[in-house]
Write a protein that binds this ligand. Structure first.
Ligand code: PLP
Length: 391
């Protein structure tokens, strides 16, 4: 047995290399990758531009620390500001760290307004990470159980429910921010209505709350636009990013705008690795390739193609609840727990995921070809059919 701590129930396969949307295991078997390392490998595996840029950076400079200026981080911050309309960026190494930064920023913002017990509104089925603050913000008891006492300062409402937030606005003077995912990933591909986001934006303005979006999974072009909240035509005060930003090189970011900018001062927050030259070159190259190769349009049309084909293929099958999503965030909800589909997919050479027990989740690279998308659907439809008919 390897000496790994037992935190994951892993599938019995190890990959040795990848190319585009294909992964190859130790036996040389090939798999179609419809998960992309959980929405991380934005450009697929072994992308030539990423490999070249990272290779050159490795030979130049990997890390210097944030005690000095980091030119590559300055460049990524400018690029992120340009595509998001946000003002400033804090770099870290993961999604939970980005959300920790957002939660700390909201608390400090509250204290600066004289609110001594600042409270952040969070949502049911939310996933914000595994650190103590972010698991406390997460709306899934399984993530929290055993780790009490939880971090206080959160109040939970149903997802996409404006009434519940209006009630809190009327009676809770400690609220300083709302944190939510425009599209919940781990929670089962649940999409916040654009009207909800616009109304919430108005409430936040009236109440001086921070409008904070966790785009760790749905951001970076995946839904056919740089950031999923942009579909609603609004600008958040805080946005967090990670997963797809570095195409596999760990990097996270917490962005601030408007009344959230300027809250952190030297000494308030930090990260040893955050925004190092290597990670920033990964982010810069990822953003460049998405723009140069029109991968957002690709995500949008490919996502529609896959959803349409899945709806057609599963049209007369009992047990399908809904095919939903936006761009390349795709959920197929069944009427029963279906985790075993992951192992069946693996056997069939298809890498898929199941989340929230009943939702088959697809998060392929933005570089997936039409032929690969069709292969994905023609592999997945019979698997789901067989599974539903067997029970
Ligand atoms: C994955 C995820 C996180 C946590 O990211 P880590 O890098 O695993 O810490 C936070 N929020 C959302 C929406 C996620 O999908």
């Amino acid at each position: 047995m390897p000496h790994l701590m037992n935190t994951y129930k892993r599938l019995p396969v190890a990959f040795t290399h990848g190319q585009g949307c294909r992964l190859f295991d130790e036996q040389g078997k090939s798999y179609l990758d419809a998960l992309a390392g959980i929405a991380v490998n934005t450009l697929g595996h072994n992308h030539p531009r990423l490999v070249k840029a990272l290779g050159e950076q490795l030979g130049r400079l990997i890390h210097t620390s944030n005690l000095y200026r980091v030119g590559e981080a300055e460049l990524v911050s400018d690029r992120l500001a340009a595509i998001s309309g946000m003002d400033e960026v804090f770099f870290c190494n993961s999604g939970c760290e980005a959300n920790e930064a957002a939660i700390k920023l909201a608390r400090l913002y509250g204290h600066q307004q004289g609110i001594e017990q600042p409270t952040v509104i969070v949502m049911e089925q939310a996933f914000h990470g595994r650190t103590l603050a972010t698991l406390s913000a997460t709306g899934n008891r399984k993530v929290q159980a055993g780790f009490e006492p939880l971090v206080t300062g959160f109040v939970r409402v149903p997802f996409d429910d404006l009434d519940a937030i209006e009630q809190l606005a009327a009676r809770n003077p400690n609220v300083v921010a709302v944190l939510f995912e425009p599209i919940q990933g781990e929670g089962g591909i649940n999409i916040a209505h654009h009207d909800f986001m616009r109304s919430l934006r108005r409430i936040c303005d009236q109440k001086n709350w921070l409008f904070m979006v966790d785009e760790v999974q749905c951001g970076i072009g995946r839904t056919g636009i740089w950031f999923a909240h942009q579909h609603a035509g609004i600008l958040p005060d805080v946005m967090t990013l990670a997963k797809g930003l570095g195409s596999g090189i760990p990097i996270g970011a917490c962005l601030a705008a408007g009344r959230a900018s300027g809250v952190f001062k030297p000494g308030n927050h930090g990260s040893t690795f955050g925004g190092n030259p290597l990670a920033c070159v990964a982010a810069l190259t990822t953003l460049d390739v998405i723009a140069d190769d029109a991968l957002m349009l690709r995500a949008s049309t490919l996502g529609d193609r896959i959803r349409d084909a899945l709806r057609n293929g599963l049209a007369d099958v009992g047990g399908l609840v809904e095919v939903r999503g936006d761009g390349l965030m795709i959920g197929v909800e069944l009427d029963r727990p279906c985790t075993e589909l992951v192992a069946l997919g693996l056997e069939a050479g298809l890498l898929i995921n199941v989340t929230a027990d009943k939702v088959v989740r697809l998060l392929p690279a933005l570089t997936m070809s039409d032929a690969e998308a069709d292969e994905l659907v023609s592999g997945l439809v019979p698997l789901i059919k067989k599974f539903l008919e067997a029970k």
